[in-house]
Design a protein around this ligand. Structure first.
Ligand code: GLU
Length: 486
């Protein structure tokens, strides 16, 4: 049997990190088993779905390299892969359930349902449909529909007994049928609900394993009952642990950026993002000799090799941006300079001199946590004149006049250097600091501020070399002049 897995996002709003997280595990399992990975768009919510959102989902999954074998844009043998294009299928299947008695028409008005819900809430009862239309004769129900009365179609959940399924991560899950609501399958507007469309599609698309987020666990018994009502074999299920904010609540926009577009725009690398998402519930067996952080760094191919749903940890770690930053920095450092330049390209101001970029990349490589930090780390390089607080030119415990004198002496030493290489500059600086009886760091801080306008920069001497004499000297002179303002 060829396994077939799918991701079934609803195209509402920005592409969500949770979609990538679930796609990753589906794809890894499909690849491991030599099966197929399908992308299906669940756009039955006509109000909230948008083509723009669908486009962004495609873009973000492609950015991450989570590529699908079948989908609305790439086609495939079991399409269409967009639910809005499959409405007749749902209508046909709903009719089948009505005919067999597994489902029934419900004419209850929104007002009646609302009043019922409020009464149940007041009585602290679980809110659910009271079954008023369950016993309507079929002929009567059909006549009312034919006469134009609006109705939904509900699934007839058995009043007694238990529905159970085996979750590949969590083991057997059993739910008392009396606690399951008679789920609406078709709305009055003729659109299916998630439950009907999802089950019909998973079946017709030959899905063998449904791997989705924990939040759908309570829907699964309804789905299991639906499969049974159709006489179909249900797929295997796995419900992945939720992504969590640092306070362990379900990930939310308010506490954590959730849009994949945000992560891309910030300059997180797709491979770091994938690694990070994989860690939210999974750990791969460490490779030989790996310790600590190294055990957490692994490529997607390693997830493919080692994926095993029984090993998913349901108390997954939190979505910790600090950890993501560390991982990202690690992946950035591992890139070859040319590759880093290529990745940086979208983050660099248009018109930037490629030679300058080439000179700067090796300097900032070890400091970048995100590609988006490029601008902040290197803007000094391209500015005509630097803006900074002149007080930064005076180290603690040093008098302004002494600081000025120290800087002046460095300028003289710099001018005297036949070849201002990084080593030569470093040596000259150290020798001068010793003569002055200063800490080396104090002198270098004055130079750093003078040359870059900042207190934290790429390595100072290399930066001066990259800037070149023609820019370093005027900056040092300008700094000397700033002392007059102190
Ligand atoms: N459309 C659902 C979602 O947006 C799919 C859930 C499932 O995988 O069954 O998450």
């Amino acid at each position: 049997m060829t396994v077939r897995l799918r991701i079934a996002p609803s195209p509402t709003g920005d592409p969500h990190v949770g979609t990538a997280y679930i796609a990753l595990f589906n794809l890894a399992f499909a690849r491991k088993q030599g099966g197929k990975f399908i992308l299906r768009i669940e756009d039955t919510d006509r109000v909230r779905s948008s083509p723009e959102s669908e486009r962004m989902i495609f873009e973000s999954l492609r950015w991450l390299g989570l590529l699908w074998d079948e989908g609305p844009d790439v086609g495939g043998p079991l399409g269409p892969y967009r639910q809005s294009e499959r409405r007749d299928l749902y209508a046909r299947h709903a009719a089948e359930l009505l005919a067999s008695g597994a489902a029934y028409r419900c004419f209850c008005s929104a007002e009646r349902l609302d009043t019922m819900r409020k009464a149940q809430e007041a009585a602290k009862l679980q809110s659910r449909y009271d079954g008023k239309c369950r016993t309507l004769a079929r002929a009567e129900a059909e006549a009312r529909v034919a006469a134009g009365e609006p109705a939904v179609i509900r699934l007839r959940i058995p009043e007694e007994g238990v529905t159970s399924f085996v979750d590949m991560i969590r083991g057997e899950i059993r739910i008392e049928n009396r606690t399951i609501d008679d789920q609406v399958l078709m709305k009055t507007d003729g659109f299916p609900t998630y439950h009907l469309a999802n089950v019909v599609d998973d079946h017709l698309m030959g899905i063998t394993h449904v791997v989705r987020a924990e939040e759908w666990i309570t829907s699964t018994p309804k789905h299991v009952l639906l499969y049974a009502a159709f006489g179909w074999k249900a797929p295997e299920f796995a419900h992945m642990p939720l992504l969590r904010n640092s306070d362990r609540t379900k990930i939310s926009k308010r506490k954590n950026p959730t849009s994949l577009k945000w992560y891309e725009a910030q300059g997180y690398l797709p491979e770091a993002m994938l690694n990070f998402l994989a860690l939210q519930g999974f750990s791969v067996a460490p490779s030989e000799g790996a310790k600590g952080f190294a055990t957490e760094v692994f490529p997607f191919s390693r997830v493919v090799e080692t994926i095993d749903f029984a090993r998913i940890c349901t108390t997954g770690p939190v979505f910790d941006l600090i950890k993501l930053g560390e991982l990202n920095a690690h992946y950035l450092r591992a890139l070859a300079p040319e590759e880093l330049e290529r990745r940086l390209a979208p983050f660099v101001k248009p018109g930037t001199d490629p030679a300058a970029m080439h000179a700067l990349v090796p300097l900032v490589k070890d400091r970048l946590k995100r590609l988006g930090e490029w601008e902040e780390l290197t803007d000094f390089f391209f500015q005509e004149s630097l803006e900074y607080d002149a007080k930064l030119l005076v180290p603690k415990k040093v008098e302004p006049a002494a600081a000025r004198d120290g800087l002046g002496r460095f300028v003289a030493a710099y001018r005297a250097l036949p070849a201002p290489t990084a080593e030569a500059l470093d040596q000259a600086g150290r020798a001068l600091a010793q003569e002055l009886g200063w800490k080396v760091g104090d002198l270098f801080m004055i130079l750093r501020v003078a040359v870059t306008g900042k207190t934290a920069t790429p390595p100072l001497c290399e930066t001066m070399v990259a800037l070149g004499r023609d820019r370093v000297l005027p900056r040092l002179e300008a700094a000397l002049a700033r002392f007059a303002t102190l």
